[in-house]
Design a protein around this ligand. Structure first.
Ligand SMILES: CO[C@H](O)c1c[n+]2c([nH]1)[C@H](O)[C@@H](O)[C@H](O)[C@H]2CO
Length: 447
């Protein structure tokens, strides 16, 4: 066994999101979100009948869940706020009961020496705002900044690491282009507009934070490194298109104040001419980049796929139950890619994990998940390799603390290191949780 020590102040935690774990989406005056609407619509929801009405019942079990985080040795916890709990109409009236839940969560985390990392937007826009155009409305930047101010005013200081958006790419590709996620639109002309307004909202929230905030705020992007299938010009071009569309579309404007040129080629007439002043707003300086990494893509020119860029199946590799290749080297590569292309901003892995088949019930209080143990060992070692090569990685938020609602795929895809019996709500740490506790205790990767 070889050990790779991590920096002394490296932050080990887990990540979740409000709609995936909380349940009680309309409790205590909360306003419904687009995921409440989407999950209850059998025309839209792939896993029909799986809604966030109960989920992991975290809204009622928060104190016990934090105690379990403490027992496992977590040093940090990345959660998201349900916008509609705090602002039921999305703007204006503050619902103190909803804000109070997050204040209790933060205080309970701090009382257990667990650092809170707070994500403002993890996909659950209030329906009241979606009915006003949602991310298609340029006013969404102001709505989002005002929502951020409510949280900054109440929690900044106790929360010292803020995230504006979780994965704007998934929000627009899933929610506006392909319709697989809320709000379920399928419109090539809408996707760039939603995408651009999300980034304007990101910038507006960062700007609002700088008015009073005394700590750190960043952006979380999903990065899937694209490896050209061959040196052919066609495959090289396909790799560039795929990389621009998924991996550069948000970091380029946030860091460099521009879009990759490939996007106008990809969207054609659906790509607007953006007002120049928008980029000054979007490019507000941030304190860190959050990287969500799950897998890679070997990319070839293939006109049966969008962008004329399709995946080359890696049939020799292990795959997760979501169909993703297990490829730890991709995490090392993508962290170094961020450093090379976007400079030396501190990086956090804000999500990494895997869904493998786990039994619905824990037999005798144990859940053996060897594939997840192996996945975590190798991906944590991959981070160590990136750090050794100069990437300034500051922390790792494992996805996820609990088995939870995997969006339109429902409860069948289990990402948790803690098993949830959704009949009884019993929590059972899996063997991967025990491994993670060892990693945290030793502050090292062991392979
Ligand atoms: C396509 O992979 C993305 O990076 C991604 C994967 N995941 C995510 N984004 C989301 O941020 C989480 O809410 C999901 O539960 C999680 C697992 O699917």
């Amino acid at each position: 066994m070889t050990q790779t020590p991590f920096p002394d102040d490296f932050l080990w935690g887990c990540a979740t999101a409000a709609y995936q774990i909380e349940g009680s989406p309309l409790a205590d005056g909360a306003g419904a979100s687009i995921w409440q609407r989407f999950s209850h619509d059998p025309r839209l929801m792939a896993a029909k009948g799986d809604t966030g009405d109960v989920a992991c019942d975290h809204y009622n079990r928060m104190a016990d869940d934090v105690a379990l985080m403490k027992e496992l040795g977590l040093q940090a916890y990345r959660f998201s706020v349900a916008w509609g709990r705090v602002l039921p109409e999305g703007t204006g009236r503050v619902n103190q009961a909803g804000l109070g839940f997050y204040e209790r969560l933060v205080d309970t985390l701090l009382a257990n020496d667990i650092e809170p990392l707070c994500t403002l937007y993890h996909w659950d826009m209030p329906v009241a705002l979606d009915d006003r155009g949602g991310w298609l409305n340029r006013d969404s930047a102001d709505w989002f900044a005002d929502y951020g101010r409510v949280l900054f005013d109440r929690l900044d200081g106790r929360v010292k690491k803020w995230v504006t958006l979780n994965e704007p790419w998934v929000v627009t590709d899933g929610g506006y282009l392909h319709g697989a996620l809320a709000p379920g639109h399928r419109n090539m002309f809408e996707a760039p507009i939603a995408s651009h307004n999300l980034m304007r909202a990101h910038g507006a929230a960062v700007k609002a934070y700088r008015e009073t905030g005394k700590h750190e705020i960043g952006l979380v992007v999903n990065l899937e490194p694209k490896y050209a299938a061959s040196d052919s010009p066609e495959d090289q071009a396909a790799q560039r298109r795929a990389e621009a569309y998924m991996n550069r579309q948000y970091l380029e404007p946030a860091i460099h104040g521009r879009y990759p040129p490939e996007l106008k080629e990809i969207f054609g007439e659906a790509w607007p001419d953006w007002p120049a002043e928008d980029f000054a707003l979007i490019q507000q300086p941030i304190d860190f980049i959050g990287v969500n990494y799950y897998t890679r893509n070997v990319t070839r020119a293939d006109d049966s796929w969008p962008l004329n860029a399709g995946p080359v199946p890696q049939t020799q590799a292990t795959h997760t139950t979501t169909g993703w290749e297990v490829f730890p080297q991709g995490l090392t590569d993508v962290l170094l890619w961020v450093k090379e292309n976007y400079g030396d901003l501190p990086l956090y892995i804000t999500e990494n994990g895997a869904a493998f088949y786990d039994p619905p019930n824990a037999e005798g209080g144990r859940v053996d998940d060897p594939l997840r143990v192996d996945y975590l060992r190798k991906h944590i070692a991959a981070i160590g390799s990136a750090i050794e090569q100069g990437a300034d990685v500051r922390g790792y938020m494992l996805w996820s603390f609990l088995d939870n609602l995997e969006w339109s795929l429902g409860y069948s895809k289990r990402f948790g290191i803690v098993h949830v019996n959704f009949e009884t709500q019993a929590r059972t740490p899996k063997n991967s949780a025990r491994l993670y506790s060892q990693v945290i205790a030793t502050n090292a990767a062991t392979l």
